[in-house]
Write a protein that binds this ligand. Structure first.
Ligand code: UDP
Ligand code: MG
Length: 318
């Protein structure tokens, strides 16, 4: 089995030498023990770095046969760099990992074992978050909770450390989305999957390439590229307010017709305000419903993936 380890890198000159050394060591060890094929390798994807990252990758790829490199024309963000690596690496199984060695490399062997046991998707899940600051931990866990509320299926505490089989990669290729949120898409692929737990360390060197601003935009992307719950919310609000305002309109009519308390002109002003307000929200809600449909259609997500065939007379493929 040929294993490719895909590593997106953005301004990672400080960690690259150590990362590549450890990955090569790990691969050599796995090859020696017959767990992966000798053509296994690492694919570094340079996400338009402005430091020496790319020239280092080029040098490494010349000196080390297990190192390959891809370079994006400009910085496109972690998810896109990762996607580029996944779409171009040739392995039978692909593992994505961060360049900063925060994810425990020991989990790679477990992932490979899970793949050998038939898993097409192996999720790396963090055991604890004690190496995170309180802020990061609070926001991250709150975010997973929020995603669940918005009905976006994700694996709790799983980031982008995972193994995908060739079949899962080919399925992933069929998603033509521009706003890619891999954590949300991978669970949609289906296929047998399993989970591997690992500890996450502190960043090995350099600083986080995910400042709060990028984190927030990533979080918002995750919700809006999977969920039409925010649009549906308008409809619910519209229905509720319409009913309320209808009640209020009836009340205003009642006061006008059956009591002496109504100021002249009052009912004819308030009744339309209530009714129109409600009707408008309701209409926006209906528009939202259609917008949600169009939005889902324009994504052109594949409707299904075939996992197995039986009795067709052709051999099963892995
Ligand atoms: N990264 C990238 N493009 C970017 C930002 C980050 O390819 O625009 C890579 C980065 O080099 C690293 C991974 O994404 O390999 C995760 O980034 P980082 O470790 O800075 O994020 P954190 O662990 O702090 O969430
Ligand atoms: Mg990191």
């Amino acid at each position: 089995m040929k294993l490719s380890i895909v590593v997106p890198c953005y301004n990672e000159e400080e960690v690259l030498p150590e990362t590549s050394r450890r990955l090569i060591e790990l691969l050599d060890d796995l090859v020696a023990r017959g767990k992966v094929g000798d053509d296994s390798h690492v694919v570094f994807v340079d996400d338009g770095s402005r430091d020496k990252t790319w020239s280092m990758i080029e040098d490494l790829s010349r000196q080390q046969r297990r190192i390959r490199g891809l370079k994006l024309s400009r910085n496109r963000g972690h998810q896109n760099a990762l996607l580029c690596g996944l779409m171009n690496a040739e392995g039978d199984a692909l593992i994505s990992a961060d360049a900063d060695l925060q994810d425990d490399l020991g989990a790679i062997e477990q992932m490979v074992d899970a793949y050998a046991n038939g898993s097409h998707v192996v999720y790396g899940v963090r055991k604890r978050r004690d190496t995170d600051t309180f802020f990061k931990r609070f926001t991250a866990e709150g975010y997973y909770w929020l995603l669940a509320k918005f009905k976006v299926q994700v694996v709790f505490n799983h980031a982008d450390y995972r193994l995908l089989s060739r079949r899962a990669i080919e399925a992933l290729r069929e998603f033509g989305e521009v706003n890619i949120f891999l954590r949300g898409i991978v669970p949609q692929l289906g296929f047998p999957s399993s989970i591997v737990y690992y500890d996450r360390a502190e960043r090995f060197a350099g600083e986080s390439k995910y400042p709060l601003r990028k984190m927030l935009s990533f979080a918002w992307q995750g919700i809006t590229s999977f969920s039409s719950v925010p649009l549906r919310f308008i409809t619910t609000m519209g229905v509720t307010i319409s009913m309320g305002s209808f009640g209020l309109a009836l009340w205003a009519l009642f006061v006008r017709l059956f009591t002496e308390e109504a100021v002249p002109g009052w009912a004819s002003v308030t009744v339309p305000i209530y009714l129109l307000g409600g009707i408008q929200l309701l209409c926006i809600g209906i528009l939202g419903e259609y917008l949600a449909k169009i939005y889902m259609e324009t994504k052109r997500r594949p409707a299904f993936f075939l996992e197995k065939r039986a009795g067709f007379g052709d051999s099963e493929t892995r």
